[in-house]
Design a binder for this molecule. Structure first.
Ligand code: NAP
Length: 273
């Protein structure tokens, strides 16, 4: 009896160790775009906590400095730089700086997005579409194209795009943004089979309403929130860490058989079967 209890304990602790090592990202280098606050910062924290060296960036140096200081105070290995993902020179600088300082790239979390328009979709202008598609769709693709050869040099890697529930179920008034987020679902599926040949997995997350500055117009409006909560199974707004953890899971060996997939993180808001 005692021996079988001991054997069971041993097996559990071996399984525990295996899970720990599968979730570990020790030695990995992770670029996370738009990572000085909100979901990007949370993703950097989740990846960093698992041992990855994270490269944080956004458009403003002061925001980068703040995020770097915060992550350092949490004992996370971090490097920071500015990068507006819609600017080619900035994307190239981000990748080049990472290679020079850290010697390679294993993970890309493409998180940046803009929404410069609210209204009827037929009133959206060509400039709005150019901006939304450039930042939300083209930049994730072009960054992936830039990092893929370096991931291949390391024997493989992971790309995670940040889409939205709006990619499945358009939010009224956010026409071009909705479409850009749907495009990321397609981009995930288009890239996954090609990059699988280089042992690179490509996945996506689709958050629902998460408490960040980006969504503050929604969650600060009590009437809207009352209406919104009716659609949720979990009757609260999501926290950025709840998205960050799923991103880190997708980048770990625990998700080694997942590619071309989008995970919704919505508190049960129905957006697809
Ligand atoms: P957030 O908290 O407002 O943070 C935005 C971050 O993006 C900041 O670090 C900002 O820093 C940076 N940024 C903005 N434009 C950029 C650009 N062109 N290039 C590089 N960095 C840029 O936003 P969030 O809610 O975490 O949103 C992150 C992602 O989640 C977006 O893709 C969004 O569509 C998606 N999402 C959010 C929600 C939600 O409810 N919050 C729901 C679904 C999907 P600087 O100002 O210094 O550039």
């Amino acid at each position: 009896m005692l021996r079988s209890v001991f054997r069971c304990f041993q097996q559990n602790s071996v399984a525990g160790q295996r899970n720990m090592s599968q979730s570990s990202l020790s030695g990995k280098v992770a670029i996370v775009t738009a990572s000085t606050e909100g979901i990007g910062l949370a993703a950097a924290q989740s990846l960093g906590k698992r041992g990855a060296h994270v490269v944080v960036s956004s458009r403003r140096q002061t925001n980068v400095d703040k995020a770097v200081a915060l992550l350092q105070s949490q004992n996370i290995q971090v490097t920071g730089t500015t990068c507006h993902v819609g600017v080619r020179e900035d994307r190239e600088k981000l990748v080049q700086m990472t290679l020079e300082k850290l010697g390679g790239i294993d993970i890309l979390v493409s998180n940046a997005a803009v929404n410069p328009f609210f209204g009827n979709i037929l009133e959206s202008t060509e400039d709005v579409w150019d901006k939304v598609l450039s930042v939300n769709v083209k930049a994730p693709f072009l960054l992936t194209k830039l990092v893929a050869p370096h991931m291949e040099n390391r024997g493989g890697g992971n790309v995670v795009f940040v889409s939205s529930v709006a990619g499945y179920q358009p939010i009224t008034g956010l026409g071009p943004y909705n479409v850009s987020k749907t495009a990321l679902l397609g981009l995930t599926q288009a890239l996954a089979p090609e990059l699988a040949q280089s042992n690179i997995r490509v996945n996506c997350v689709a958050p629902g309403l998460i408490k960040t500055r980006f969504s503050s117009e929604l969650w600060k409006n009590e009437a809207l929130m009352d209406q919104f909560q009716k659609q949720l199974s979990i009757k609260r707004i999501g926290e950025p860490q709840e998205v960050g953890e799923v991103i880190a899971f997708l980048c770990s060996d625990q998700a080694s058989y997942i590619t071309g997939e989008t995970i919704t993180i919505t508190g049960g808001m129905g957006c697809r079967l």
